[in-house]
Design a protein around this ligand. Structure first.
Ligand code: SAM
Length: 234
């Protein structure tokens, strides 16, 4: 299957195993992951954020319930919200989620903005789990005809060691642990030397699902920096 499908399937499998109730997709773009997640019966709040409001608006209508969805009683629990805004800015409406996903987003940020991303997502939003995927540059030698980055908008593409060192620093700074994996496999004999095509870090907050997450000082104040584009209750 296509690589973007494999990345989304990775998230769906995680959701099926861990049953998060509140899920936030950063860089939701054409809302394609959200459109798959809306079928999960455990999710009560499904939120997307992207800096490109026009792109979200163009694709968001597929999130509306089909008339047959209303015939399914267990759907009445789901609320979907879409916001325009940047992951480098805080907004108190997106705090305290069970799962935040960032699929092929960070490589579109400058390194200074990646630092802000880390502080906002791990330090401020403090979700229970975070899934981050990004290209693994070591795999690029297997992509024929590629010179430079995989996409002209990429600001960087990290080796496994570079991704690991960013991720481990995030863990130290904000109290998470991380496991590394990926999707898109190289031929058997090259798997160890190049790794996965897309590398993935799965972060878990060390405070745990039931850990105390008491907000102190400024952190308790409401901050609204994103624009609500769409909301719907099933
Ligand atoms: N996550 C999508 C998926 O899995 O198919 C695709 C992501 S696309 C390659 C990157 C997205 O990140 C774009 O839609 C872009 O508008 C968004 N983006 C870039 N910088 C951003 C920022 N600072 N805050 C929020 N979204 C951003």
């Amino acid at each position: 299957p296509a690589l973007h499908r494999q990345r989304h399937q990775f998230v769906i499998d995680f959701v099926n195993r861990n049953k998060p109730k509140k899920v936030l997709d950063l860089g939701c773009s054409e809302c394609s992951l959200l459109k798959k997640l809306k079928f999960n019966r455990d999710i009560e709040l499904l939120v997307g954020l992207d800096i490109n409001g026009a792109k979200v608006k163009k694709h968001m209508h597929g999130l509306a319930p089909l008339s047959t969805d209303y015939l399914q009683p267990s759907y009445d629990q789901l609320r979907i919200e879409l916001y325009q805004g940047s992951v480098t800015q805080k907004d108190s409406r997106l705090r305290g989620f069970d799962l935040v996903t960032s699929i092929e987003l960070i490589e579109h940020l400058s390194l200074a903005d990646v630092e802000l991303f880390s502080a906002v997502v791990f330090g401020y939003m403090t979700p229970v789990a975070v899934i981050v995927s990004t290209p693994n540059s070591e795999f690029n030698l297997l992509l024929p005809g590629l010179s430079g980055f995989r996409h002209s908008d990429h600001k960087f593409e990290w080796t496994r060691a570079e991704f690991r060192s960013w991720a481990l620093k995030v863990c130290l700074d904000y109290g998470y642990e991380v496991e590394f994996t990926g999707v898109g496999q190289a031929p058997q004999e090259q798997q160890d030397s190049v790794g996965f095509c897309s590398q993935i870090g799965v972060f878990q907050w060390l405070g745990g699902r039931n850990g105390s997450n008491i907000l102190l000082g400024d952190e308790a104040e409401d901050v609204f920096s994103y624009t609500l584009l769409y909301s719907i209750n099933y």
